[in-house]
Write a protein that binds this ligand. Structure first.
Ligand code: SF4
Length: 332
């Protein structure tokens, strides 16, 4: 199967996935079979999960469970924790930080992560359409303080190579833009998305005047299997800069040992740790929240166990703050 077929197939209901993973019925009582934010898991990602292990850290990230609907657990959550609706300056564009534009390049993801802060996002009316693109470009040309454009989503790598090349090319014509970032979890879910054709586009468009960076989203070292490791390494050796951002998730990666392994595994694959995010309190995801004091302890300990260049910055995004807010002091 090519990457497009893999992205539209895979598991769409819990029973099929749990059967595939040989999870006994006795371990399924907390599973939520039907949910508005449906389950979506590519086969490639399922193949990295542990068999017969309901606590598998990869499975936990994608399996809908009853806690998502529990009023007490979810009491402090909201549908739009980053108040992104207020920053949507036009369909497909979020202007949150002074010199950066974030483009909702696609409303589609090959996976539905249960903790996703955009799980309630109105993609239907707010993702970029082809028809909107020229207008957005004109707006960008008329906003010379914009120095960087972030392609986000959904997942921008759901777009065809041709469309991505066109978007990147158009952006490169704007003098003020010095950097393009691609925020994606697609290659982590489906390593086959890292095709030679896409590599050529990224390499060809990556010039001294406009740098392209790919920011991946990997939460656990087991997500980097040999196939993904080889592809990332090859791309990195071909000159592509990868960064990684993770979300601190209870029961998934909330230990110093796991995060340390993740940093080293990323480094081996040519991916530099970037951010460790405190969970955004989106409705249905509160059971993943690690208390701030615990997160701070983990992040501080991580600094003592890793060289500085492998320590992700523990941060939180706070609506209307001018940048992401670091959650531990760098002075002690
Ligand atoms: S890949 Fe990213 S945008 Fe897509 S569901 Fe997961 S966290 Fe959300």
């Amino acid at each position: 199967m090519n990457w497009q077929q893999q992205a539209t197939s895979g598991f769409r209901n819990c029973s099929d996935l749990l059967d595939y993973l040989e999870i006994p019925n006795t371990d399924r009582s907390h599973v939520l079979e039907h949910h508005r934010f449906s389950m979506k898991v590519p086969l490639s990602f399922a193949n990295r999960m542990n068999k017969n292990d309901i606590h598998c850290p990869l499975l936990k990230q994608v399996l809908p469970i009853a806690a998502e609907n529990d009023g007490i657990t979810q009491s402090q959550s909201v549908p739009d924790p980053l108040q992104e609706r207020e920053f949507l300056t036009a369909p497909g564009v979020l202007h949150k930080f002074q010199n950066r534009f974030l483009v909702i390049a696609s409303g589609y993801c090959p996976v539905n992560c249960r903790y996703c802060f955009r799980r309630e996002f109105d993609y239907e009316n707010s993702a970029l359409s082809l028809a909107d693109w020229n207008q957005r470009l004109n707006e960008l040309k008329n906003t010379p303080d914009i120095e960087e454009v972030i392609l986000s989503g959904g997942d921008p790598l759901t777009l065809s190579d041709r469309r991505l090349a066109m978007i990147i090319n158009d952006l490169r014509q704007i003098n003020s833009i010095k950097a393009i970032r691609i925020h994606t979890r697609f290659p982590v879910m489906i390593p086959d998305r890292l095709t030679d054709e896409l590599l050529e586009i990224v390499r060809w468009k990556n010039t001294e005047s406009v740098r392209i960076t790919i920011v991946l989203h990997i939460n656990h070292p087991n997500e980097i299997n040999d196939e993904l490791h080889k592809k990332l390494k090859h791309w990195n050796q071909s000159g592509v800069l990868f960064l990684n951002q993770s979300v601190l998730l209870k029961g998934v990666n909330d230990s110093v040992l796991t995060l340390k392994k993740l940093s080293y595994r990323c480094f081996e694959s040519g991916v530099m740790p970037y951010y460790l995010h405190q969970l955004d309190r989106v409705s249905g995801a509160m059971h993943f929240e690690v208390p701030l004091s615990e997160g701070q302890k983990i992040a501080s300990e991580l600094r003592t166990q890793l060289p500085g260049y492998l320590v992700p910055l523990y941060v939180q995004e706070i609506p209307h703050a001018k940048s992401k807010v670091p959650l531990i002091s760098m002075c002690n």
